[in-house]
Design a protein around this ligand. Structure first.
Ligand SMILES: Nc1ncnc2c1ncn2[C@@H]1O[C@H](COP(=O)(O)OP(=O)(O)O)[C@@H](O)[C@H]1O
Ligand SMILES: [Mg+2]
Length: 243
């Protein structure tokens, strides 16, 4: 069974149909990359998956259960579906350690000590242990992204969603984030990453899902999409910068 199963998902904002029948499966251990032009609905899709947005029609199942079902525990859902944003979304007035422990204490009700142990473990996993007492303002963009990831992983999510994780980073830091994602993939962390960064896509996955005009219009290797896809728009998208 798919961990996440999206069927005929339609999402409208007023008159505008942003998602127009999206079908998508995410299985345990997947590193799934979704690409598409700016404004095609990538962020909206991710936001629907953990109910930051309601959907207009269709369905989203998480572990076989419809997420908009009245019985769904939204808090538990959001702990299971971690989210890493482009802008890191760290609390500037909290230390790195406190940024990671906050959710553990507030959402999972852990004691200060328990949360600290768990947070330090994740910071060590992401090579950020020596920065535990620093504040976000003292970190590079790549380091902030590691902290955001540590915070997400500390909640022990079933899947981590990434929304343009490298778009605020320079190429060197982007590569570091890509390497980190590859390592997590080898450790069997399930990930779904939306991006318009072809470099990143190349570094973390052979295959990508292409979203355009509210629909998944292709799922294939980047090479195949850039060279052989019948739709010229798809080829053009993947040709830019693919060499
Ligand atoms: N809360 C909202 N209210 C109205 N329109 C929105 C809202 N969020 C996104 N949109 C519109 O939905 C479309 C897709 O946006 P988005 O999902 O952010 O695209 P992407 O992440 O692929 O660049 C855009 O046209 C955007 O203006
Ligand atoms: Mg976006």
């Amino acid at each position: 069974m798919a961990l996440i199963e999206v069927r005929n998902l339609v999402k409208k904002f007023g008159e505008q149909t942003v998602l127009n029948g999206v079908n998508l499966n995410v299985f345990e251990g997947d590193m799934k990359v979704i690409m598409g032009p700016s404004g095609c609905g990538k962020s909206t899709l991710l936001r629907c998956l953990n109910r930051l947005e309601g959907i207009s029609s269709g369905s989203i199942h998480f572990r076989g259960k419809e997420i908009s079902h009245p019985d769904m525990d939204v808090r538990a859902l959001r702990q299971n579906i971690g989210f890493v944003f482009q802008q890191f979304a760290l609390y500037r007035h909290l230390s790195v350690l406190d940024n990671v422990t906050l959710g553990l204490r507030k959402l999972q009700g852990m004691s200060r000590l328990e949360a600290k142990e768990k947070a330090l473990l994740q910071l060590a996993r992401l090579d950020m242990l020596t920065s535990a007492d620093k504040f976000p303002g003292q970190l590079s963009g790549g380091q902030k992204q590691r902290v955001a990831l540590a915070r997400s992983l500390a909640m022990n999510p079933a899947v981590v969603l990434f929304d343009e994780p490298t778009s605020a980073l320079d190429p060197v830091m982007s590569r570091e984030v890509a390497e980190l994602m590859n390592r997590l993939h080898r450790e069997n962390v399930t990930m779904l990453c939306v991006t318009h960064d072809l470099q990143l896509a190349h570094q973390i996955s052979d295959k990508v899902v292409f979203l355009d005009q509210g629909m998944v219009i292709a799922e294939d290797t980047i090479d195949h999409l850039s060279e052989h896809h019948p739709n010229e728009k798809v080829r053009a998208f993947f040709e830019q910068g693919s060499k």
